[in-house]
Design a protein around this ligand. Sequence first.
Ligand SMILES: [Zn+2]
Ligand SMILES: [Zn+2]
Length: 139
Amino acid sequence: MICPVCKSDMIVVEYHNIELDYCTGCKGVWFDSGELELLLESQGLEETNLFLDNILDSPEAVSSEKKRKCPLCGHKMKKITIGEQPKILIDMCSEEHGLWFDGDEVNQLIRHLAGEHPPKQDSREQVVSFLEEVFEAPE
Ligand SMILES: [Zn+2]
Ligand SMILES: [Zn+2]
């Protein structure tokens, strides 16, 4: 799959049967529809469905950030925000193909999840260390 930002070829990263597409050029990540949910659920993060419903119901955010195209269907994606202080601006395909996070937005998401959805036991550490591994991997 081609990165919607820098047009590099993205690599597929697999973890517990969840596949993410990761761009080594700009460190962005694409979650196919359902994969973010699977990832959160596999880590025992509660309120996942509520969190994702909120995302899907979000109104289009006002932003000067350039519109990006869905890597699956090529349609322009909708800008939406997650959380408050800071708001995380992400791109979502309106056909529900998936979500795009810029590299720094993934880190913001991790912080958001860690702060607002305290998980059981060490699952936060697991998901955080998984994401850190993935996104700081040398290739
Ligand atoms: Zn890229
Ligand atoms: Zn799409």
